[in-house]
Design a protein around this ligand. Sequence first.
Ligand code: ADP
Length: 489
Amino acid sequence: MKYVLAIDQGTTSSRTMLFDERGKPVATAQKEIQCKYPHSGWVEVDAIDVWLSVADCINEVLVKNDLTGDDIDSIGITNQRETTVVWNKKTGKPIYNAIVWQSRQTTAICESVSDKKQLIHSKTGLIINPYFSASKIRFILDTVPGAQEMAENGELIFGTMDTWVMYKLSKGKIHATDVSNASRTLLYNISTMSWDEELCKIFNIPMSMLPTVNPSSFNYGDTIYGAPITGVLGDQQAALFGQTCFEKGDCKNTYGTGCFMLMNTGDKPTFSNNGLLTTVAWQIEDKVTYALEGSVFVGGAVIQWVRDEMKLINKSSESEDMANSVKNTGGIYIVPAFTGLGTPYWDDDARGAIFGLTRGTNSAQIVRACLESIAYQSKDVFEVMKQETGIVINDLGVDGGATANKYLMQFQSDILETNIKLPACLETTALGVAYMAGLHTGFYKSMDEIKKIHSYQASYSPSLDKSEVTRKYKNWKLAVEATRLFKSE
Ligand code: ADP
């Protein structure tokens, strides 16, 4: 029997998973990665450490299961998006640490091109923000002596983590990326589906540094393990695919530290006026699928806060029993704007608040309101998606650590007035890219077949009165408004 090997190169760890023909995970290996924080707000990682962690995971999953490269049908790579590596084409050595997506060290570079906001949005579907790769490349070329000149001479190349891992897996033969990763760089035109000369000029980035862009399901070439790489996707797009959100209007939300909601918007990009990002979901053969994306900065992290800072619980999982131990929140609302607010507010200056406290407010009600805040923030994104696309969303696929919380999931279904479905395999990121890789080789016959073998472990249906939903959501909106009025010191 053969397997698809999925490599999931994440921010805090790398992971490998083997999937069988039914899309069942049969083995996994994981290695933590140490990020570096050289200055406040800066996040970097040694790209060689990242490659080592990936190689270790591949070796471990093969050795522990008594397998070799011959047992692998194909390899899929999914990755933390936007994180940027620049390396020397001759030596294969990075010239600077990889700059991680979260890092804010390029704020000044972004401000220097803020007059190009409109143009950049219309070509890339993104906003100007340090998250995306372009300002990170600029930073490296500015910081390493002689780098700009070397780049102009064609001696340096750039890649996101998929590109870097592929380069290493092929001993330097492959310098490529897929459309979903390219669409997160600020240099890729998502309408013409090509690197954009004008955008590269704005950031003064030589186009010779850029990888070849291929479809997500494509034979990228063979690896040192023998098996070819036939699927590549950014992590959120992989989760959308792993949730089998194949049709226009299909939507998923991931409940991790933050929340990421993506909606398949079909074969044309939908540009948002309310802070949703437009992105390429994937390309299979010549068919491109687009997505809208919204994010909540503090999702599951609010539960870490009540655990680690407020010390109201010892373990995240205790939040469920605690929430169920009270009848209601006693009318309190928590807006966890610890680091500002994401979609649709994009308010960097907002800070958190609790409203409606009384002498009787207790810790269980606070925990319950924290869980509800995750659901309300996700509803904010959900409402904008519905509004901007005019699509009625009947089902929401969910994944991520906080989906283990049944109180949260039921409340989410109630407040969204939508069914929620939890897949059997919650590692939808790895699963998505495994599906993508296997589709190319025929390991998975078709997207229809994938739909058939995809299974669920739980679902939730809305059960709250419409008037209650309206009342609660109105109060939430008021709480957000009031939070934003307050200017923290
Ligand atoms: P990430 O990939 O961002 O590290 P995970 O998908 O591993 O995140 O999810 C971890 C997050 O989920 C943490 O913020 C944690 O507080 C939250 N979480 C985990 N289990 C529960 C639970 N039972 N109830 C509520 N939140 C939870």
